[in-house]
Design a protein around this ligand. Structure first.
Ligand code: VGL
Ligand code: ZN
Length: 211
């Protein structure tokens, strides 16, 4: 077992395409970088996720003739929101944000890499059955509390925090280190769902590592 706390900082999708000017820009998304960089120093364990789609991914509106970004379509695994093309694997838009101190990450989880399945969650793909391997990794490392920050509050952050709880981890969202897309009240719904699932909320300045 690695010495140090049993907390892990999980930095979700802080990527060029989710920042202002990006293909799927999250309003004020770049505001998360400074608090995340300050947090990174206070964790012995940092894991980063990257949205990482093949060209023509099923979550892209352009893959569904006649559909527009932010429409919903029924897929075999359930309803899927359609997005502008974003985070195509290997492109500059999929790169981690410049200035994010991601060199401290011990693991990078890439998700949404199957052409026909999306993955908002860092734990389970949108078919809700295919694991990414993150839960097993954290368990093997003895990491029990997941502190979640990044983009976007109402999609990848929320699904990740909810799945962390479902997998038996403690989960805490850092309120000043997340920003949302907010489609039709999705941020408020996500915050309520997380609270109901036992996800905690803290400000980055209040985080104290476990001894
Ligand atoms: C995300 C929409 C599509 C996210 C990723 O990182 O929250 N949202 N792909
Ligand atoms: Zn995506």
């Amino acid at each position: 077992m690695i010495p140090g706390s049993s907390d892990v900082l999980l930095v979700v999708d802080v990527q060029v395409d989710f920042l202002p000017g990006g293909a799927l820009a999250v309003p004020d998304g770049d505001a998360v970088i400074a608090p995340i960089n300050r947090l990174i120093d206070r964790f012995a364990h940092v894991v980063v996720t990257q949205d990482w789609h093949p060209p023509g991914h099923v979550s892209f509106a352009a893959s569904h003739p006649g559909r527009a970004p932010f429409d919903s379509v029924a897929l075999p695994y359930g309803d899927q929101v359609l997005w502008p093309e974003h985070c195509v694997r290997g492109t500059g838009g999929a790169a981690l944000a410049t200035g994010l101190r991601a060199e401290r990450a011990e693991l990078v989880i890439r998700k949404g890499h199957q052409p026909g399945v999306d993955s908002y969650s860092a734990f389970l793909e949108a078919d809700r059955t295919t694991p990414t391997g993150l839960a097993g990794y954290l368990r093997e490392r003895g990491l029990t509390r997941v502190v979640v920050c990044g983009l976007a509050t109402d999609y990848c952050v929320a699904w990740t925090a909810l799945d962390a709880r479902a997998a038996g981890f403690e989960a805490v969202v850092v309120t000043d280190a997340v920003r949302g897309i907010d489609v039709d009240g999705s941020v408020d719904r996500a915050l309520a769902a997380m609270a109901a699932a036992g996800v905690g909320f803290i400000e980055s300045g209040a985080y104290t590592a476990l001894p």
